[in-house]
Write a protein that binds this ligand. Structure first.
Ligand code: GRF
Length: 192
């Protein structure tokens, strides 16, 4: 299965995915794409020897990125801290073939504007007893696709939003590669 990763930020999850899949028979990361030319994720792709691409919002919206992924025969798209909304046509072209990771226990603390530290600050301010991460399919609405996995941690003793962020990120690195691998390889088995 041929995988593209889309990310907007530093790309620590993208790096965890690339490392994991470099040792996974049956999964090849063929492209790392970012809408931000300065995103750390592009450098991480270069270091891992994976093709990287900077694209504009316009290229995402117009379908040019979709064409590019189709040309590369991409089977699965993994979002890893990707901040732009995925257009309808793109969702349809990759129906049930796009996964995202979100740093909260959805449906709590999801939706527009809920990304990065905004999420962890909201969790901390709400005095939540637990937080975690959610891996879900992507549909046309932010953070509302079917949930495939949630990892939880007790945050009741945590003293800052930063502490929550750092522990949730560890969970993300631990589970996103493994869960994505199982889902992608399963989809291949179902085709055969
Ligand atoms: C992660 O917390 C992810 O859940 C969210 O954005 C963050 C990306 O971090 N969607 P990184 O760029 O992978 O380090």
């Amino acid at each position: 299965m041929r995988v593209a990763i889309l990310a907007s930020g530093s790309g620590s999850n993208a790096a965890a995915l690339m490392i994991h899949f470099s040792n996974t028979e049956g999964i090849d990361v063929v492209l790392v794409g970012s809408n931000r030319s300065s995103a750390g994720v592009l450098e991480k792709a270069n270091q891992a020897g994976v093709a990287s691409l900077h694209f504009s919002r316009e290229e995402l919206v117009s379908g040019a990125l979709l064409m590019k992924l189709k040309t590369l025969k991409v089977d699965w798209v993994l979002l890893a801290g990707f901040l732009l909304k995925i257009p309808k046509e793109f969702c349809r072209a990759f129906e049930n073939k796009i996964l995202n990771i979100h740093p909260s226990l959805l449906p709590k603390f999801g939706g527009e504007g809920m990304y990065g530290m905004n999420v962890h600050r909201a969790v901390f301010e709400a005095e939540e007893k637990e937080s975690g991460m959610t891996i879900h399919y992507v549909n046309e609405r932010y953070d509302e696709g079917a949930i495939v996995f949630q990892g939880r941690i007790d945050v009741s003793e945590f003293t800052s939003a930063e502490e929550i962020a750092s522990e949730v990120l560890k969970l993300e690195h631990e589970y996103y590669p493994r869960v994505a691998r199982e889902i992608i390889l399963d989809s291949q088995r179902n085709i055969k």
